[in-house]
Write a protein that binds this ligand. Sequence first.
Ligand code: THU
Length: 137
Amino acid sequence: MNYDKDSLYSEAITACDLAYAPYSNVAVGAVALLESGELVSAGNYENCSSPVCICAEHSLICTLNNIKNGVKIVAISVAAKYNKQLIDIAPCGKCRQVLTECSNRQKSPIMVCFSHEGKLLSVSAGELMPYAFDGNL
Ligand code: THU
């Protein structure tokens, strides 16, 4: 499915409003474009016990598994605001692991759009996580 990475990134910026991030003041928004054409958004969800924080991308994947179970993701975009100012953000390592497994599970690529050094990139989850741990022991 074709998608416009600029408008998907705009939706991710809007999704920053969903963040609960009073500890870091980094409000992260993530949005997924589904094969159905629907958009689903999520924000990061922090806790006073720092390791308990949930990233926006991870929150999004869990939300989708619950409310859109089995519906494939075409692309996601992530954006962040620090103290309400837009900043570049790329998915953290843990989120890359989550996105990679999600892509493997649905047997189709998930494109990930984010701003890097002011340029909007669109990279597959697999490309973002080379040599991924796949659980095969
Ligand atoms: N965060 C995300 O939501 N996604 C990422 O990929 C990186 C970091 C959040 C976690 C924490 O709430 C805040 O950004 C600052 O690290």
